[in-house]
Ligand binder design. Structure first.
Ligand SMILES: NC(=O)c1ccc[n+]([C@@H]2O[C@H](COP(=O)([O-])OP(=O)(O)OC[C@H]3O[C@@H](n4cnc5c(N)ncnc54)[C@H](O)[C@@H]3O)[C@@H](O)[C@H]2O)c1
Length: 423
């Protein structure tokens, strides 16, 4: 049994795992679990931490959240999950609430890995605390919502120790059909790629209402509507497709022109509900990207089409993943037909081509912690976040913006509230 097979088998036998504190990376043995602390017990955080617990040797031992109700819901959920897996309930001393919860979690010696699943505005601050505390980190995308945060993240990335592993939540790269077609494309199956078409058509997000919530609390709970908290839909949601484009083209865009606006949504907030962006990559390759985030009629489509001199590839979330041309190829997997229907999942738990994306991403990450080599995905995560900021800035300014201009003059965002009110 090799290392990977062990990690996969360990998931099935997770109930037999003991909690042992490793001194350094690679000090884990077959009896140890990676002790996971979840920061941000919301929709995505709960899904990913549950998946870690069910599919890897990680065990959820600590929780942190700004709000009491979210922390309580997390405690109830993970105590039930831990009981099912044969693990102890979460120790009450490892439940952290309030604006300092991220620092208390980072300061806990009972945690090896911090999963950051808070709203995007806080990612870099929370990443900084977790890295400084020597924890392994799984940080949701985006790594930064403005250029200042992106620069800060790059500095944090330089301080990651050789014993720490840090992943960024681009799970689409790990989806088996997408990983397989990427290997073909990276191997030259399309010839020179000249043109890419990308799209992310998603439904509107649903308002979260908490009884008696102040305006600041309502804003925080509906962070998806808010530019400063989310980075806008291009940086927060569409980033998955722009990340795939960068990965498949092997570069970041050098400039962009864009339009878009807020044409349908009328609720509070300042995020746009549609974007049309033309990204120019090195070698004059172009990505024409289109996105919407409104409506409740169930339409959901996301993916890419890449056109090269000797072949064209289709890389959708749902539907056939294939290449036509000189080197034809198609994904086939009887266990999970690639033609599965596309259905939006706000927590990223898609049942289509992404069905195993989270599981495989988490297994590879835990493998990097347990047996190495460690990951440091911060700089790559920042590059994709900046690519999205490039399109966002071009849209807001309604003119061409270059990568250099973005880095020199990119927008900065302020939170505009004091989190101490939630202490
Ligand atoms: N990779 C994916 O496919 C995917 C899918 C969905 C969401 N996400 C990302 O996951 C993150 C969380 O999204 P979500 O949908 O779970 O949001 P959510 O609102 O459901 O959960 C966020 C949680 O963070 C808590 N929180 C807010 N501010 C905090 C702070 N300062 N300190 C501690 N806790 C705080 C909230 O109370 C809430 O429990 C976002 O960054 C989002 O972009 C990724």
């Amino acid at each position: 049994m090799n290392r990977r097979e062990f990690v996969q088998a360990a998931a099935g036998a997770a109930s037999g795992l003991m909690i042992l504190k490793p001194g350094t990376v690679f000090a884990y043995d077959a009896n140890s679990a990676v002790r996971l602390g979840l920061l941000g017990c919301g929709n995505r955080g709960t899904h990913v931490a549950s998946s870690f617990a069910q599919n890897t040797s990680a065990q959820v031992v600590a929780l942190a959240d700004l709000f009491h109700d979210q922390l309580k819901a997390g405690e109830t959920h993970f105590n039930a999950l831990n009981a099912n897996l044969g693990h102890a309930a979460i120790d009450k001393s490892l439940l952290f609430r309030g604006p300092d919860a991220y620092e208390q979690l980072a300061g806990s010696s009972a945690v090896d890995l911090i999963q950051i699943s808070t709203p995007p505005f806080f990612h870099v601050q929370h990443l900084g605390a977790a890295v400084a505390a020597g924890k392994h980190v799984y940080c949701e995308k985006p790594v930064g919502i403005d250029v200042a945060q992106a620069r800060q993240a790059l500095e944090i990335g330089k301080r990651v120790k050789p014993t720490q592993s840090v992943d960024v939540g681009f799970q689409c790269r790990s989806a088996p059909p997408i990983a397989a077609i990427a290997e073909k494309i990276h191997g030259g199956a399309l010839g020179k790629i000249a043109s890419v078409s990308g799209y992310y058509f998603a439904p509107a997000s649903v308002e979260k209402v908490a009884a008696g919530a102040s305006a600041d609390e309502h804003r925080l709970r509906n962070w998806l509507w808010d530019r400063a908290l989310s980075g806008d839909i291009l940086v927060e949601q569409n980033i998955h497709i722009i990340d795939l484009s960068n990965w498949l083209l092997g570069a970041h865009p050098v400039k962009a022109t864009a339009t878009g606006g807020r044409n349908i949504l009328t609720h509070e907030g300042d995020c746009w509900d549609n974007y049309q962006v033309d990204f120019a990559y090195p070698g004059d390759a172009r990505l024409s990207f289109s996105s919407t985030q409104f409506g409740s009629y169930g339409l959901f489509e996301a993916g890419l089409r890449l056109f090269g001199g000797s072949g064209a590839a289709t890389v959708p979330y749902a539907g056939a993943v294939q290449i036509v041309g000189a080197q034809p190829w198609a994904w086939t997997d009887a266990a999970k037909p690639s033609a599965a229907q596309g259905k939006f999942a706000a927590n990223g738990a898609f049942e289509d081509n992404l069905a195993f994306a989270d599981r495989d991403k988490e297994r590879t990450f835990i493998d990097s912690i347990v047996s190495g080599p460690v990951h440091n995905q911060i700089a790559a995560g920042v590059e994709t976040a900046l690519s999205c900021m490039l399109g966002r800035m071009a849209g807001y300014r309604r003119r061409e913006v270059t990568w250099e201009e973005l880095l020199s003059h990119g927008e900065t965002y302020k939170l505009g509230m004091d989190l101490r009110q939630f202490a």
